[in-house]
Design a protein around this ligand. Structure first.
Ligand code: UDP
Length: 330
């Protein structure tokens, strides 16, 4: 039986990856500090495979949890702090979780000689990209500490690959959405914001004029990329994971259906994200299976999940994004 560790396995993307690995018959070991993840995201009784959960903070002393890597085949490292505003307010906390945490995981993977480590990197490393679709070779310009720390995590992964020969790949994810997309806490991730607004009959808070575009990638496609990356012979590479297209916020609103209100454009926000996915298609033979329309339909079918999510009004957003404007306005 293959053994896989998923850090952040109780989170949004992590829990979908856990589902896939269980369906593949793995023994899955989830490490999650439950800061944002939820136990309820994990299957109670998997039909295939077996599941083990450990409440572990990867930024804490690795001697407490490193032994869990014994005999492990694959490590999927998704545990991280997300979101822009709190990363601006608490850069050190982000550094500890996303950089120190990653180095701890790399050391554990190295010591226990795992077959492959796959890292969840962020397309936010491209900042305000100038080339579309954006290839992996585009300039790195992180705009805020979240983007910086995820990129430093990626650099650490590549460093461990080069220096210690740890087989590893880094996947740069573009605007992942799907069931269980984060509901709690701070402002961000447009799907959670809009779906909660829809449930409560509030207008969608469209940023700017809504013509900005995002490469919205469905989570089921993303976790397939992780599993294909793990099984592939490649190592020491970075690959974009995107839908192969990009969609405006106005199109999203049209598909969700509802009233709209407009809020100011935020500084440091790209007008477009759009992944060049030629590399992952060619190397891994991966391609997305869900169209945007199908993915949004799945979100609407699961809309009750966001019933308890915070309802963001323009006033609350203005309050929540004060530091964003304060620090990032040039
Ligand atoms: N967005 C929006 N209203 C909101 C939140 C986000 O129109 O209340 C837009 C935002 O301008 C961006 C897209 O949705 O174009 C995705 O935003 P998110 O914060 O999810 O991701 P990111 O901007 O980091 O790509």
């Amino acid at each position: 039986m293959l053994r896989s560790i998923v850090t952040g396995g109780a989170g949004f993307i992590g829990s979908h990856l856990v589902e896939l690995l269980l369906a593949e018959g793995h023994h899955v070991i989830v490490l999650d500090n439950l800061a944002n993840g939820r136990l309820g995201n994990l299957p109670a009784r998997p039909e295939r495979g077996t599941l083990e959960f450990h409440r572990v903070d990867i930024s804490a002393d690795p001697s407490q949890w490193e032994a869990l890597f014994q005999g492990v085949d694959y490590v999927f490292h998704l545990a991280a702090l997300a979101d822009i505003v709190p990363s601006i307010q608490n850069p050190l906390t982000y550094y500890r979780a996303n950089v120190d945490g990653t180095v701890h995981v790399l050391e554990a993977a190295r010591k226990h000689q795992v077959r492959k480590l796959v890292y969840a990197a962020s397309s936010s490393c491209y900042g305000l990209a100038k080339q579309f679709p954006t290839p992996e070779t585009a300039p790195i310009t992180p705009e805020y500490p979240y983007a910086l720390t995820k990129w430093l995590g990626e650099q650490s992964v590549l460093h461990w690959e080069r220096v210690y020969g740890l087989p590893a790949l880094s996947l740069r994810l573009f605007n992942v959405y799907g069931p269980r997309a984060r509901t709690s806490g701070t402002y961000g991730a447009v799907f959670g914001v809009f779906l909660a607004q829809k449930i409560h009959g509030k207008p969608f808070t469209v940023v700017g004029d809504g013509t900005q575009r995002r490469d919205f990638t469905f989570v089921k496609d993303v976790v397939n990329a992780f599993w294909m990356a793990a099984q592939s012979p490649f190592s020491g590479e970075v690959m974009n994971v995107g839908s192969g297209d990009s969609y405006s916020i106005n199109r999203l609103v049209e598909l969700l259906g509802g009233e709209v209100t407009y809020i100011p454009k935020r500084p440091g926000e790209p007008d477009c994200t759009f992944a060049d996915t030629a590399k992952i298609r060619e190397r891994l033979g991966w391609k997305p299976k869900y169209s945007f329309e199908e993915g949004v339909q799945v979100m609407l079918e699961h809309i009750r999940y966001w019933a308890d999510a915070p309802i963001w009004t323009p006033q609350r957003i203005e309050e929540a994004t004060k530091d964003w404007f304060r620090y990032l306005s040039k």
